[in-house]
Ligand binder design. Structure first.
Ligand code: AMP
Ligand code: MN
Ligand code: MN
Ligand code: MN
Length: 287
């Protein structure tokens, strides 16, 4: 039995803690034959991951996880099998990173007013000159002794209504899917159970996503409970969408699940790696 593809993972190019090469080696060691690197709003990690994938003999799917503002909320859309040199996608992501730069400074100012000094400088140092995520703020605040865990920092400081929160001004759903399609990729609505939407709102999001040209729902995610997997499998089936699966791995010290350690897609799902001609059959691809 080969391990199911893992189509959602992060590296040091965004808020993961493993370099792209180290991530690929870990995937290989875990028996994963097909891995997508999907960093937040950047394609920086892909070239290194591709080089290491050639050495390690696994199939690397170039990807990205794009931040989207929908109905006043932030949702995430994963682009799979994108061409990393596509202009429109690169331009769109550059715009989102410019917003991230401003947001990080603004978060620093707001946390400063709440009595937490140097958060921007601290988060920036942890990002190693790459993009700055709320995760970097959370790591810094744990190191600074402000809270015991990243989860506590998010709950106390970084989510809506808390002192360090800055509302997202990300891409629209339509432009995001448009960038992915223009880059020759497939759009996947990431971890749909994480948005705390009512059933009717979630169905509205799924409908709009499909109408924009979205292809799949991330039915299996490291952040989904078994019940949520089941519910999302039904939603994918009813919306006529393919299903994707990914751990959303962020590194060995993260509380998320281990790379590839997610349940198999339920039988009612049409896996994106089978249905789409862009992916070679994983069993046949690597000896
Ligand atoms: P950003 O895109 O910079 O707003 O950061 C979003 C990232 O923060 C997500 O991709 C997760 O990695 C992380 N995150 C969000 N919520 C939490 C939470 N409650 N606990 C820990 N990490 C979180
Ligand atoms: Mn993340
Ligand atoms: Mn996400
Ligand atoms: Mn992710």
């Amino acid at each position: 039995m080969s391990v199911q593809p893992d189509l959602h993972s992060h590296t040091t190019a965004s808020d993961g803690t493993l370099t792209p090469a180290a991530l690929v080696r870990r995937a290989r060691a875990a028996g994963i034959r097909m891995l997508a690197v999907t960093d937040h709003d950047t394609l920086e990690g892909i070239a290194e991951a591709e080089q290491e994938a050639v050495r390690a003999g696994l199939i690397l799917i170039p990807g990205v996880e794009i931040s989207v503002t929908w109905g006043g909320r932030t949702v995430h859309v994963v682009g799979l099998n994108i061409n990393p040199s596509a202009c429109e996608l690169a331009r769109g992501l550059a715009r989102l990173r410019a917003f991230r730069d401003w947001r990080a400074e603004e978060m620093g100012r707001r946390l400063g007013k709440a009595g937490i000094a140097d958060a921007f400088v601290g988060a920036r140092a942890l990002s190693n000159g790459r993009l700055i995520s709320r995760t970097h703020f959370a790591r810094f605040l744990v190191q600074a002794g402000v809270a015991r865990s990243e989860r506590e920092v998010f709950q106390g400081y970084l989510v809506s209504g808390k002192p360090g929160h800055v509302a997202g001004e990300w891409a629209t759903l339509e432009e995001t899917v448009g960038w992915i399609l223009a880059a020759g990729g497939q759009a996947v609505l990431a971890h749909p159970a994480r948005y705390r939407l009512t059933r009717s709102k979630l169905l509205g999001l799924i409908r709009e996503f499909a109408e924009a040209g979205g292809e799949a729902l991330e039915v299996v995610s490291g952040s989904h409970s078994p019940e949520e997997v089941f519910v999302m499998a039904r939603h994918a089936q009813q919306a006529g969408l393919l299903a994707s699966a990914g751990s959303d791995y962020h590194g060995p010290e993260s509380t998320y699940v281990e790379l590839g350690r997610v349940p198999n897609l339920p039988d009612i799902c049409a896996p994106i790696w089978r249905a789409a001609s862009w992916l070679p059959e994983p069993q046949a691809a690597v000896g």
